[in-house]
Design a protein around this ligand. Structure first.
Ligand code: ARG
Length: 345
């Protein structure tokens, strides 16, 4: 079975302003299972969910584990931990605009530690930290650091106390290095990584999770959904560079795991990224391993990621040889999860 370690399974964008102002957490909770089933049917039997509001990801994981809802096995992060005015905060709107619900914004070492504890308390398997600015948010920068080293270190130390790994959203050159030094398990996006960052990741075995497909989708679709030009412009800045830097990291031998940011593009199309990873220099076998053994290792889960005694019987089949044509993984003909056939075409 394939594994995608960077997803937001609970939702996907439809309309920029309606998503913010009309869609409620209840709407999100009601529709999340649809995306879960779609993703499983596409051959992804395990997902890491790196950020969701209101612990909808925890509820979905639990319902799937109990067999009440059909979907992939989930390892979830709960609330993404981010700074005021940063990528995981709602930025660019009236200061008088307030939404209720759980607050995922924390500043300072005490507050970030507390949010790690809260996430663990409410069911998180992994911790998501917003180390740098981002694309799909209205702050100006795409890569500026958004936490001090002390804050990043506090998040990593606290997570380790609870036996959790940290995944860092980091596009920016400096933020990547800070997060690596603070002790994160993976750098998500990694778009503006430089040679020193590559060296540091290699030395420490930090895993790169580069979502190298979704630039195509964002540039083709997001203007139609009413996304501000400012955001599209940030994607234009970062998307191609990310692919170039990914190729450099591959060449240097940085460990890769397959993470696509599904939920930015429609759930179920997760396998589209394989061909981009091969274009970036991975062999088809390495690309498949990034979505199986490497992904399982990053999850720290020895029950998934390989077909072997003692593991879940999760597997997919395609018509043909994916080592010759990796795009075959975009249309799997057979999916089994835990020994049960989910798809047989
Ligand atoms: N969630 C990410 C962000 O907003 C998506 C980045 C997508 N673009 C890319 N080139 N990978 O920052």
């Amino acid at each position: 079975g394939l594994i995608d370690v960077h997803t937001h399974i609970t939702s996907q964008p439809e309309d920029y302003y309606a998503d913010i102002f009309r869609r409620t957490p209840i709407d999100v909770a009601v529709t999340a299972h649809v995306y879960a089933r779609r993703t499983l049917e596409a051959g992804f039997t395990t997902l890491r969910v790196v950020g969701a509001s209101e612990y909808v990801d925890v509820a979905l994981r639990n319902a799937i584990d109990k067999g009440q809802v059909v979907g992939p096995r989930l390892k979830v992060a709960g609330l993404p931990i981010g700074a005021t005015g940063g990528h995981a905060d709602l930025t660019g709107f009236s200061p008088y605009l307030k939404f209720g619900g759980f607050d995922n914004v924390a500043d300072g070492v005490d507050a970030v530690r507390k949010l790690v504890r809260q996430n663990v308390k409410y069911g998180a398997d992994v911790i998501k930290m917003i180390a740098s600015a981002g694309v799909l948010s209205e702050e100006e920068s795409v890569g500026a650091p958004q936490y001090s080293f002390e804050e990043m270190k506090a998040i990593c130390d606290e997570a380790a106390m609870w036996g959790r790994k940290v995944a860092a959203h980091a596009h920016g050159t400096e933020a990547i290095k800070r997060a690596v030094l603070a002790g994160v398990a993976s750098i998500e996006h990694g778009s503006l990584i430089d040679d020193e960052g590559i060296r540091m990741m290699k030395e420490r075995g930090t895993v790169l999770v580069a979502d190298v497909y979704n630039d195509d989708w964002i540039l083709a679709e997001f203007a139609k959904m009413g996304y501000p030009e400012k955001i599209i412009e940030k994607e234009r800045k970062v998307g191609r560079l990310q692919r170039e830097n990914f190729a450099k990291a591959v060449k240097a031998g940085v460990k890769q795991a397959y993470g696509t940011d599904a939920g930015v593009y429609p759930h179920g199309l997760n396998a589209r990224q394989f061909r981009y990873m091969v274009a970036g220099g991975l062999t088809p076998m390495q690309a498949i391993q990034s979505a199986t053994v490497n992904a399982a290792e990053l999850l720290g889960w020895d029950k998934v990621g390989a077909i072997a005694p003692g593991r879940f019987a999760d597997l997919v089949a395609v018509d043909g040889d994916p080592l010759k044509d990796v795009t075959l993984l975009e249309k799997v003909s057979f999916v089994m999860k835990g020994g049960e056939v989910v798809v047989a075409r």
